[in-house]
Design a protein around this ligand. Structure first.
Ligand code: MTE
Length: 454
């Protein structure tokens, strides 16, 4: 194993089809109804039900359970400015509600989502083209008209009333851009099952629920200040214009929305209207999405229509029921809401790639971390007995992945595994296992990538 040189001649033969690990996890994100009711009742008693965004019908149902006479304040209200048109239904190999083409050699369709095949990234550069960028949709991609779209900023964390912005107004504000990956908190979830033998709920992603783009837009901080940010504001909650999310058990959770602490909102968060130099494509949030660098993907709300600015902490199912760690070692309420992504490495190879024995092959891959810039990447071809530093092809930056490569000269035929691990600038290194959590978030163990030498 040596760091590769650009002249390395051979590329591995592959078996063609990706042998996707079979995980028993469901493609929807099921929620145990009794647990849901208990949590919501707790929030109701604590006076958090409005902030939790519980639909009127559900609060009445919960209140009925508790024998309460409920007066339910109206939720943030529908925004009439943009209309959502639900795309036509699904067909085999087509994710219902995703607009762009999903060729089989680039994507694996998982329910309403599309995972990028990591081997397809080998043909791409540091940025992931929109044609290759994974899609995570709770429902369907709405078709929004940029001319009639409005962003409403509202709430008791403002000094005055609600303020609306058109896209043209946002574009007149100073623009800023940055390269950042977006990665689903559940990326790698399938590996809890296939590699660690553990049950988890949620979409059984392998490693392709991540993509990196150059985003251009305005700083959320600038928009909040123009809207009249009050000194006592603590949380902001962007909300998407896609359809209400309904869980597998039929509970309507409303539109996708997740609170962000004001400190993060004022730091490096973008309201992006461009992806890789083009207007945002429909599936990635057209006309405007939130981009929260280094944080789990759910924070980067697509198709944002309104942002609540609040003087008190906000809650939504996306920071109470989902996107916390539940299970052994955690309280029944789970961990705190997840924020930063963890660290990972992936080979740009299909599962069970085939390599000819006796030849030198170039292995390529990518590593990234939400905690800091990538410091180093190592590869092992002897089951972790020895590790070799690989050549990095990008300058490591915070919030951004690096491409790497190494040469491998396998001699013994037969099945084996390739391992890659990264260490970030905080000193964290990928380990052999990840602690289990029931919703399978933040998998960061070294992946045992199966290949065959023949
Ligand atoms: N925003 C809205 N409005 N609706 C969604 O379903 N999914 C979130 C986030 N923002 C989602 C959303 C999740 S879980 C992820 S991982 C990212 O968008 C995925 O972004 P992408 O589809 O552009 O890759």
């Amino acid at each position: 194993m040596t760091p590769s040189t650009p002249s390395t001649p051979t590329t591995p033969k592959t078996t063609g089809a990706l042998a996707t690990p079979t995980a028993t996890a469901n493609s929807a994100e099921p929620l145990d109804e009794a647990a849901y009711d208990r949590r919501r009742l707790r929030q109701w008693f604590a006076g958090e039900a409005r902030a939790a965004g519980v639909a009127r019908r559900d609060v009445l149902r919960l209140a009925g359970v508790a024998g309460l006479a409920a007066t339910v304040p109206t939720l943030g209200g529908g925004l009439p400015h943009a209309h959502a048109v639900t795309p036509p239904g699904s067909a085999p190999g087509i994710a219902p509600g995703i607009v762009k083409p999903l060729p089989d050699d680039v994507f694996t369709v998982r329910g309403t989502n599309a995972e990028t095949r990591f081997e397809a990234l080998a043909a791409t550069g540091h940025l992931t083209p929109a044609s290759h960028f994974f899609v995570r949709n709770h429902t369907t991609t709405p078709r929004l008209d940029a001319d009639t779209w409005r962003l409403t900023v509202w709430g008791d964390g403002l000094t005055g009333g609600a303020r609306e912005f058109t896209l043209a107004e946002l574009k007149r504000l100073p623009s800023t851009s940055r390269t950042a990956f977006v990665e689903c908190a559940g990326n790698g979830r399938g590996l809890f099952t296939t590699q660690q033998g553990q049950q988890v709920s949620g979409t059984a992603w392998t490693l392709g629920a991540v993509g990196q783009a150059h985003w251009r837009g305005v700083r959320l901080a600038d928009v909040l200040r123009r809207a009249g940010l009050a000194r006592h504001a603590v949380d902001v909650m962007p909300r998407g214009l896609d359809d209400d999310y309904i869980t597998a058990d039929g509970t309507r959770l409303g539109r996708v929305r997740r609170p962000l602490p004001l400190a993060k909102a004022l730091d490096d968060v973008l309201l992006a209207y461009e992806m890789n130099g083009e207007p945002l494509p429909p599936d990635h949030g057209h006309p405007v999405r939130v981009v929260v660098p280094s944080w789990i993907g759910i924070a980067s709300v697509k198709w944002v229509g309104d942002i609540e600015v609040s003087a008190t902490p906000l809650f939504s199912p996306w920071n109470t029921d989902f996107y916390r760690l539940f299970g052994p070692g955690h309280s029944p309420r789970g961990s705190g809401p997840l924020t930063r992504q963890t660290l990972k490495s992936a080979f740009e190879l299909p599962w069970n790639a085939h390599f000819e024995a006796g030849f030198r092959h170039r292995l390529t891959g990518r590593s990234w971390s939400g905690g800091g810039a990538v410091d180093r990447v190592e590869v092992s071809t002897d089951h972790g007995g020895t590790w070799h530093r690989v050549r990095l092809h990008d300058v490591p930056r915070h919030g951004s992945w690096v491409r790497w490569s190494a040469d491998w000269h396998p001699r013994a035929p037969g099945p084996t595994v390739l391992l890659a691990r990264t260490t970030d600038t905080t000193g964290r290194t990928q380990q052999a296992t990840t602690a289990h959590n029931t919703q399978g978030y933040l998998f960061d163990a070294v992946v045992r990538h199966p290949v065959t030498v023949g």
